[in-house]
Write a protein that binds this ligand. Structure first.
Ligand SMILES: [Mg+2]
Length: 228
């Protein structure tokens, strides 16, 4: 197969699954429990942001110190489990088949807190498919958490693998550009194919068509060999 040498770095929300707003509801409940104040993510530019940054911004929004984010995190993880147990989390169409055809050399590269990512994957039935990755606990922006994901992937699967990001937002593309690695962008809802084309050359309408998925990642591998 043409993608044997790739380390595929998977974004979570909007790429692997739809958690149906559970994350934002849990964040809002956590902020309210810890600070007694209500927050709204309606005006915040959240797509592809790290959860740590979102918690810090939400704390600032209600006039609290962003240093309290670790306290809010504990409450967030509790409420996320509750929200997901009520509303569930759906693997997006074509994800299972894409995981199969792209092979086992894969990690997560997500702005989610690690516990949050694992909860969302668990409720979507995807937990067994990922061993490790880079997460939003330690970083505010994507590029450094993708660097963690590459390090972890090479440790797990071999140093010579070529990393490629698969994500659904311009921030996924921006992180790939910063790190000089290719990105496959999937227009799974929030951004259209046209919008994503403005940020990267390899864009899929979704993951439902295995031939298109394989074609996109073959193109990504060729690009990775040229250095991103
Ligand atoms: Mg995403």
């Amino acid at each position: 197969m043409a993608t044997n040498d790739l380390l595929v770095i998977w974004d979570v929300d909007g790429t692997l699954l739809d958690a149906k707003g559970a994350g934002h509801r849990a964040l809002a409940r956590a902020i309210e429990e810890v600070t007694g104040k209500q927050t709204s993510f309606a005006l915040m530019d959240v797509a592809g942001q790290s959860d740590r940054l979102l918690l810090e911004l939400a704390l600032k929004q209600v006039g609290e110190s962003p240093r309290r984010w670790e306290t809010v995190r504990t409450a967030y993880e509790k409420f996320l489990d509750r929200e997901l147990s009520e509303s569930g989390s759906d693997a997006l169409p074509g994800v299972m088949e894409s995981l199969r055809i792209l092979g086992p050399a894969r990690v997560l590269g997500t702005g989610n807190l690690e516990v949050g990512a694992r909860l969302k994957l668990f409720y979507a039935g995807l937990a067994d498919h990922f061993q490790g990755g880079g997460f939003g606990d330690r970083h505010r922006t994507r590029a450094p958490l993708i660097r963690d994901a590459i390090k972890e992937g090479r440790r797990l699967f071999g140093r010579r693998l070529l990393p490629v990001i698969v994500g659904d937002t311009p921030r996924d593309a921006a992180a790939a550009r910063l790190l000089h690695i290719p990105a496959v962008l999937v227009a799974s809802g929030r951004f259209s194919v046209d919008q994503l084309h403005a940020h990267g050359s390899i864009v899929l309408a979704g993951l439902k068509d295995p031939a298109a998925v394989l074609g996109a990642f073959t193109q990504a591998e060729a690009s990775a060999r040229r250095g991103g």
